[in-house]
Design a protein around this ligand. Structure first.
Ligand SMILES: [Fe+2]
Ligand SMILES: [Fe+2]
Length: 265
């Protein structure tokens, strides 16, 4: 198949979830910076776009069958899916890390002092992600479901849905920064010589958490949130918001790169 190298990474990942593993392997940021074109993202990472296109084509040939594409899913279904899979998985991983990390720090920080910083980053990340997911589950996702069903549209706050979306996108940037810091501190999750089972386990859980969180953020930034902005425009065209209205902010950033129009790019 023909792959347009000018397509955004977010759009490519949304249309072909099979490519997410390739983007992860090459460290091409398809979640928080999914608005970048494949060509630009390759240039920034010093990669040859032609080689990356070849790897994408190979990934498509190698996969057993197409993975679920969420672009045309109703917002309610996607929000339900995100809660049931990614939110649940993140909570489970943080629960495991809450047991493993202090044990690893106590046993190994003497010869690996970076573990103290890791513990700090992890604690902050767990608290902020927990708070973030609760705000999505209690405020934003119910709002998106109301827009989806076109019911109780005036029961929420009197401003645009762009405002909470903008906050969530900002949170995602911070989460991605913390995950990148963890990746650096652990030397790309490298298992040190003589590491005990807890140390190995912690690194595995951290790596899984990073990979799943990238997909989680991608589904929100690149698919769910732009769908919410489009739905509000269609259902409540009169909604304006002086703070988040039509200014160029994070919500605008996400609303453009996987818009219905964008799918033709
Ligand atoms: Fe989420
Ligand atoms: Fe989120």
């Amino acid at each position: 198949m023909e792959i347009n190298p000018q397509s955004s990474l977010g759009l490519l990942a949304a249309e072909h979830p099979e490519w997410i593993a390739v983007f992860e392997r090459l460290r091409l940021d398809f979640c928080c910076h999914g608005e970048r074109s494949l060509t630009d993202a390759c240039r920034e990472r010093g990669l040859d776009p032609a080689e990356v296109l070849a790897q994408l084509a190979m990934a498509l040939d190698a996969c057993g069958g197409p993975e679920r594409c969420w672009l045309d899913a109703p917002m309610t279904e996607l929000a339900d899916h995100i809660e049931a899979t990614h939110h649940a998985f993140a909570r489970l991983q943080f629960e495991t890390l809450a047991t493993l990390a202090p044990r690893v720090v106590a046993a190994h920080a003497g010869h690996a002092p970076w573990l103290h910083e890791l513990q700090g980053v992890l604690t902050t990340l767990a608290e902020s992600m927990h708070d973030h997911m609760v705000r999505e589950e209690r405020v934003l996702f119910p709002w998106l479901r109301r827009l989806d069903h076109r019911t109780e549209l005036h029961t929420g706050p009197p401003w645009s849905v762009r405002r909470p979306i903008s906050c969530m996108v900002h949170d995602h940037d911070e989460v991605a920064e913390s995950l990148a810091r963890i990746r650096t501190l652990t030397g790309q999750y490298r298992v040190p010589a003589g590491a005990c089972g807890s140390f190995r386990g912690m690194l595995t859980v951290l790596k899984e958490l990073e990979q799943d969180t990238h997909v989680h953020i991608h589904k929100e930034n690149n698919i769910l949130f732009p769908a919410g902005v489009r739905a509000e425009r269609a259902v409540l065209p009169s909604v304006t918001d002086p703070q988040a209205g039509h200014s160029a902010g994070p919500a605008d950033r996400t609303s453009t790169h996987v818009s219905k129009e964008g799918r033709d790019r």
